[in-house]
Write a protein that binds this ligand. Structure first.
Ligand code: ASP
Length: 365
């Protein structure tokens, strides 16, 4: 048994006799959600108390919208959209209204969404007239034969699906326009003028055990030549798979694409889970023929939060090694809601059926 105790440090394995019972009790009404509104150089001396309060209120509003759906037994897909919508409409964030400007002075929006129950996915890039790109990404998922639509084609599809045309003024804000002007005049980089990524995202686990992830953004200030970041790229900025996790990212998109951040985290979790079961199986006593006296079922095994955190941190370390920065949010089948970021702050929040309900901005919160 000592070997089993050892494995319990990295995973949980219940004794066969009552494993199923524990499992069903634990699963009862278990849900969790995590949201983000971007990561970056965010520190208490760079933000006024009023602005901080405004961000916290906006994050709480998004978190509450998603949590309410999950607490009532609604789906993870509905919860993440409910959480993302108010952030897309809030000019504090770089998504929908308040999106950053391209080099040419336009707001070009990207979004993606994925359902972990069947790995159906939808994404749009370079959209300029759809108020809530996350809804269009979802419509691509449900009503088109494709996964990823761009620019005019995406808007033509939106029109056919009855989405209203939103005028460009809806998305444009003075603050973002000034950032572009400063960048152009002083030949600065996007990070010099913005200091943070304001992409929004949400991930959730619902009471049926389904997970979902969604991400929406304006990209990076001064993006050129039709640049596409990680946010609309399934596997980079967004990924969900009921076997492992749901992830949404924010950060320097080029690096997140190169690492394939969201899928890399889920794949690592899936293999780590498998390795945990195999290791526990190896501790089961053998009968006189050398055959295991008991076969461990996946439902008896659950991954601890520290293990999932290690895998997410390892992937974010890869991003940092290549020179990128940013962060991710993550939920797991066990209901862990986690963050990992290598910047000084990330606008974020999480809530679970266990009573967790928090929003935070700085790294040490
Ligand atoms: N990841 C986004 C991009 O590269 C930017 C952000 O997170 O704000 O387009």
């Amino acid at each position: 048994m000592s070997a089993i105790v050892g494995f319990c440090l990295s995973g949980l394995w219940a004794a066969p006799a009552f494993a199923q019972e524990v499992e069903s009790e634990e699963n009862e009404q278990r849900w969790s959600i995590a949201i983000h509104g971007g990561a970056g150089t965010i520190s208490p001396d760079r933000i006024t108390p009023e602005r901080r309060a405004a961000y916290e209120a906006a994050l709480q509003e998004a978190l509450d919208a998603g949590s309410a759906i999950l607490a009532e037994g609604g789906s993870a897909m509905d919860a993440i959209q409910a959480a993302i919508l108010p952030m897309e409409d809030n000019p504090l964030f770089n998504a929908g209204r308040g999106a950053v400007f391209t080099w040419e002075g336009r707001n070009e929006l990207d979004a993606s969404i994925m359902d972990g129950s069947d790995r159906s996915a939808g994404a749009v890039t370079g959209v300029t007239t759809v108020r809530n790109p996350i809804l269009l990404a979802d419509r691509v998922r449900t009503d088109s034969p494709h996964v990823f639509l761009m620019g005019e084609g995406a808007e033509e599809f939106a029109g056919e699906e009855g989405f209203e045309v939103t005028p460009p003024e809806w998305f444009a804000t003075e603050r973002r326009r000034e950032s572009l002007q400063r960048m152009r005049e002083r030949e600065l980089s996007a990070l010099d003028v913005d200091h943070k990524f304001g992409t929004v995202g949400a991930v959730a686990l619902d009471q049926d055990g389904n997970m979902a992830a969604g991400t929406s953004t304006g990209g990076m200030t001064g993006k050129r030549w039709g640049r596409i970041g990680d946010a609309p790229v399934i596997g980079a900025g967004t990924y969900a798979d009921n076997r492992s996790c749901a992830v949404s990212a924010t950060g320097w998109g080029e690096y997140f694409i190169r690492v394939g951040v969201a899928q890399e985290i889920c794949t690592r979790l899936r293999y780590r889970f498998r390795a945990g079961i195999d290791a526990a199986q190896a501790t089961v006593p053998l009968d006189e023929f050398g055959v295991p006296t008991y076969l461990i079922h996946a439902s008896e095994w659950s991954m601890e939060a520290t293990s999932a955190q290690e895998e997410a941190d390892a992937v974010m370390a890869e991003v940092a090694e290549l020179g990128g920065d940013g962060g991710i949010i993550l939920v797991t089948p066990e209901g862990h809601a986690l963050y990992s970021f290598n910047t000084s702050g990330m606008y974020r929040g999480r809530a679970t059926s266990e009573g967790v309900n928090e929003v935070a901005i700085f790294a040490d919160e």
